[in-house]
Write a protein that binds this ligand. Structure first.
Ligand SMILES: Nc1ncnc2c1ncn2[C@@H]1O[C@H](COP(=O)(O)OP(=O)(O)OP(=O)(O)O)[C@@H](O)[C@H]1O
Ligand SMILES: [Mg+2]
Length: 219
């Protein structure tokens, strides 16, 4: 599927930002569109690493922002990943106010109200919710990147409670969950009330081998 085929569903500013870089959609992206990504369907996207999951989230977030449906929050597990996404989104969407909120100070961060897209960690968002951050009510799209972290013994429970609280206080959010490695995707998609998008296409073929004394022997 070519990007131009979905031009009518993308806000003109979003299409303009993407068209020079993206010509053809990758299989996971095409499947997500067909599963109702641009019609506000909740999605759990479970596809290999580097298959293009971020763009799926971007299309939902930027369409909501440009169409003035609300803000977007992008949740990542690591501060380093938050900085990477911040740089990425800021350079691609110059007319969008992008913020990063990963600080250790426990406050409501009221200044974030002025931003359209907030990149944060689950622990930080949990803290913002506990401070009754006023701008949360304007959030339309929530992206949970690397959602397999739900399974992590130390950080999983925070994420699980966070998603539960978010869906309770914001029942109309559009939820997009992304991961390359989920053991029980069907079960998780049911819990999230999301459509499951699975695909095995990867840009680089995966080979299994044994490394010994500077040499790799492939199966
Ligand atoms: N349709 C496309 N055409 C060309 N390049 C694309 C397309 N979609 C994504 N890319 C590029 O592919 C690269 C990998 O994408 P991305 O980081 O979204 O992968 P991912 O699925 O999130 O992987 P991971 O599970 O490792 O986080 C990025 O550099 C991105 O710009
Ligand atoms: Mg990713």
């Amino acid at each position: 599927m070519k990007l131009s085929q979905i031009k009518s569903k993308l806000h003109p500013k979003l299409y303009e930002s993407l068209k020079s870089e993206i010509k053809e959609l990758r299989p996971s992206q095409e499947k997500s569109i067909k599963a109702g990504l641009l019609d506000e369907n909740n999605l759990l996207v479970c596809t290999p690493t580097a298959s293009g999951k971020t763009l799926i989230a971007e299309m939902a977030m930027l369409n909501a922002i440009y169409n003035e449906k609300g803000k977007a929050v992008y949740i990542v597990p690591l501060k380093a990943l938050a900085s990477e996404k911040y740089k990425d989104f800021k350079s691609r969407y110059k007319n969008v106010k992008v913020a990063i909120s990963i600080g250790d100070t426990d406050s409501a961060d009221k200044y974030l109200e002025k931003y359209d897209l907030v990149i944060t960690t689950s622990e930080k968002l949990d803290s913002l919710i506990r401070h009754h951050t006023p701008w949360l009510k304007y959030v339309k799209v929530v992206v949970v990147d690397e959602i397999h972290l739900l399974n992590d013994p130390s950080r999983g429970p925070t994420l699980e409670i966070l998603i539960t609280i978010l869906r309770k206080i914001l029942p109309k959010i559009h939820l997009i969950a992304l991961s390359a490695t989920i053991g029980n995707p069907k079960e998780l998609s049911e819990w999230l009330d999301a459509k499951l998008v699975e695909d095995s296409w990867r840009p680089v073929e995966l080979k299994k081998g044994v490394y010994l004394d500077g040499e790799i022997e492939f199966n």
